[in-house]
Design a protein around this ligand. Structure first.
Ligand code: ADP
Length: 695
């Protein structure tokens, strides 16, 4: 039986251990390994992932943008339409489109002309002192004829042909103004014919100036003829290539257009104005970018640009894209400032406002912001440029990280705590289980012993009487008394065991009737007389006759008294004195203070240790104290007593001190309990007994 109990206990322990130790430990391990492995929890990694995604998004969009440009260029070239016109349609930041033939000769809406001379560019128009004084004279409203003479004089003094040509032109102009139209016109025509392609110090082609002057002159006499001449001039200027850096073509064209505007079709005027503006812009950019052009070409040559492939090169003002189509080389220049400042604005929109990072576009000369966690170059398009991602608020990120770490640590610690607690509880529970198992085993042994000893006694005494072995009356008397005493003991034991079994099954019921409690106590004491006498015990009994009637089950109360008195006798030396007393008192029962009847049993025996006091009412519990162990017992007497008292709406209290003796008090409520047919489920009962020390 003990083995079976042991196996059961071990199984129960294993279940509890698995539930409270193994499962939390596995859980802890799982969380630990996951949290260590998982990058999810790593804020830094999260930021890095955001950064990588951001840079990828940006470079992808840049790829798309320039791929779109390449496709547009390709489509135009394939369709035979020039890419040199309307560059903005190819890309919003495209400012100049150039074409070079096999000999690297520029073919564009403009041309690059060698500077007239170094001396000229050094001195400039300031050297034209003679011309200047004539010009000043004319502007101040001097006589046009004299002004013409001064210009003629200046022309003869000026060494450089373009300066002399300009003076000749002004002379003609002044002559016309002075009314010598034919002479003036002839002079202008000579300039146009001889020096028409020369540029004056301000970059105007003398031929253009003459054409403008003559057309303007015609306008007052013959408006339509004049307008037609001006229109032809504009058309010619727009088909001629303009000259980068020194070209006055734009100014002449604009002037001609504004003079003829009232007389020409508005649609044509608007179209011409647009074309002039686009050419002027391109010319402006070409001028800005020219210093970068040669290196770009050198590079393009060195790399060997193949058809259909675009090579990119970042200059200081332009982003150059070069490709080959048939035998020509096409070079497109993007306004670097405009492009990069647009990209700088775009790049910030790549991440959401909530993202823990900020995205930057960093140029070749720009300092990198701090806390950069990701950097991706924008090559091949914008070499030297890169998109960088930096932590927006590193401190907040770090504190977030610390918080997560603490949380993780907290979870682990709580889990460890749970495991420890579970383990301790398991150990305690298993201890209790083992105790109960041991106590049950003790109980079985005690019961069999307790049964055998009175039966043996009774049989021996009976046989001695039957065989006439008891000779004297006294001997016979003693034998009879022994038989009675042992029978009482036997029946008490059987009563207790049967009651305990009934109580455990929840089948024990008591019929509470109003009656004299003292009478029930007395009956119990009478039934024990012979055992007490045998042990030579002295009883001091105080049972007043005038106590109020109490609802009780007389047999059950007698059983309580018998249990207490037989314990008092058992745990006291032979010949000791026991006090049994009943009285009215007051005490707390059922959560309220009320009048009670107390029945106390006092002994001066071995007493009970404080640590035992709390447990003596538990089923099968017997003190481990050696003095108590020497006495035989089953450990269920006090359990039954407590149960009976609870069924009466009362309780049992104990006060005891080791070596001094014990006092057990049964307390009954004076008022009858509501339910007079009572029984409670034994194991579920909480146990309303009180324990104390001191007899
Ligand atoms: P048992 O059959 O062992 O006496 P009980 O339930 O009646 O079982 O008592 C439980 C335990 O309480 C006893 O084993 C004993 O240790 C202790 N006990 C009970 N009454 C007394 C007493 N009057 N004096 C000393 N110890 C007592």
């Amino acid at each position: 039986m003990e083995d079976a109990l042991h196996v059961e206990s071990v199984l129960r322990f294993a279940t509890i251990f698995a539930g409270t130790v193994v499962v939390p430990a596995l859980l802890l391990g799982w969380i630990g390994i996951r949290s260590i492995r998982s990058e999810e929890l790593d804020v830094q990694a999260e930021a890095r992932r955001t950064a990588q995604a951001a840079t990828r998004t940006f470079t992808d969009s840049l790829d798309r943008e320039f791929q779109g440009f390449q496709d547009a260029v390709q489509t135009r070239l394939e369709s035979g339409r020039s890419t040199l016109e309307s560059p903005k349609e190819l890309h919003p930041d495209l400012v100049v489109a150039l074409r070079f033939d096999r000999d690297l000769r520029l073919e564009a809406p403009f041309q690059v002309e060698e500077r007239a001379s170094a001396a000229h560019s050094a001195g400039g128009p300031l050297s034209m002192a003679a011309w200047r004084s004539a010009d000043r004279y004319a502007r101040r409203g001097g006589d046009p004829e004299r002004a013409a003479a001064r210009f003629a004089q200046a022309a003869s003094h000026l060494d450089r042909p373009e300066e002399a040509a300009r003076a000749q032109f002004d002379r003609g102009r002044m002559l016309i103004e002075a009314g010598k139209v034919r002479e003036g016109t002839a002079a202008l025509q000579v300039v146009a014919a001889d020096e028409g392609s020369l540029r004056d110090p301000w970059g105007f082609r003398c031929g253009d100036l003459v054409a403008l002057e003559l057309a303007e002159g015609q306008l007052s006499q013959d408006p339509d003829g004049g307008a037609a001449r001006l229109r032809a001039l504009v058309e010619r200027l727009l088909t001629d290539p303009w000259t980068v850096g020194r070209g006055g073509e734009g100014a002449v064209a604009r002037r001609a257009l504004s003079l003829a505007e009232p007389l020409l079709e508005p649609d044509w005027v608007a179209g011409a104005r647009g074309r002039i503006a686009r050419r002027s812009a391109m010319l402006y950019w070409a001028e800005q970018l020219l210093p970068e052009l040669d290196p770009a070409m050198a590079w393009a040559e060195a790399e060997g640009v193949k058809p259909g492939v675009v090579r990119w090169r970042t200059g200081s003002h332009a982003l150059w894209a070069t490709t080959r189509w048939e035998d020509d080389l096409y070079t497109y220049a993007f306004d670097l400032d405009s492009l990069t400042s647009r990209l700088k604005a775009d790049v910030r929109g790549v991440v959401t406002r909530e993202a823990p990072v900020t995205v930057f576009l960093i140029g070749p000369d720009e300092a990198e912001p701090s806390e950069v966690i990701e950097r991706r170059p924008l090559a091949p398009y914008l070499s030297g440029w890169s998109v960088a991602v930096a932590l927006r608020d590193p401190a907040a990120l770090r504190s977030d990280q610390a918080w997560r770490r603490t949380l993780r640590f907290g979870i682990v610690m709580i889990s460890v705590g749970m495991i420890a607690l579970g383990f301790m509880t398991s150990v305690r529970l298993i201890g209790r289980e083992l105790d109960v198992a041991r106590m049950k085993a003790d109980f079985a042994a005690s019961v069999s012993h307790e049964l055998r000893s009175p039966i043996t006694h009774i049989r021996l005494q009976g046989e001695s009487l039957l065989l006439g072995l008891a000779d004297t009356d006294e001997e016979r008397d003693a034998a009879y008394q022994a038989i009675v005493r042992e029978s009482e003991r036997l029946s008490r034991l059987v009563d207790n065991v049967l009651d305990f079994a009934a109580i455990e099954r929840g089948a024990k019921r008591y019929a509470l009737r109003p009656g004299d409690l003292c009478e029930s106590v007395r009956r119990a004491l009478v039934s024990m007389e012979s055992s007490l006498e045998f042990k030579d015990m002295t009883l001091e009994i105080v049972l007043p006759d005038d106590l109020p009637a109490v609802h009780h089950d007389a047999d059950a109360v007698a059983q309580c008294v018998i249990n207490l008195v037989s314990n008092a006798a058992k745990y006291s030396p032979d010949g000791a004195t026991l006090q049994i007393q009943a009285k009215v008192g007051e005490g707390e029962l059922g959560g309220r203070v009320q009048p009670v009847i107390e029945v106390s049993v006092v002994d001066h025996g071995i007493g009970i240790a404080a640590h035992d006091l709390r447990q003596i009412f538990e089923p099968f519990y017997r003190s481990r104290d050696s003095q108590a162990r020497r006495r035989k017992g089953t450990g269920i007497g006090l359990t039954i007593t407590r149960y009976i008292m609870e069924a009466h709406g009362g309780d049992i209290q104990v006060q005891s001190k080791l070596g001094k003796g014990s006092t057990f008090i049964l307390r009954f409520p004076l008022e009858p309990p509501v339910d007079t047919d009572r029984g409670t489920r034994f194991l579920a009962s909480s146990g309303r007994h009180r324990a104390g020390t001191g007899a």
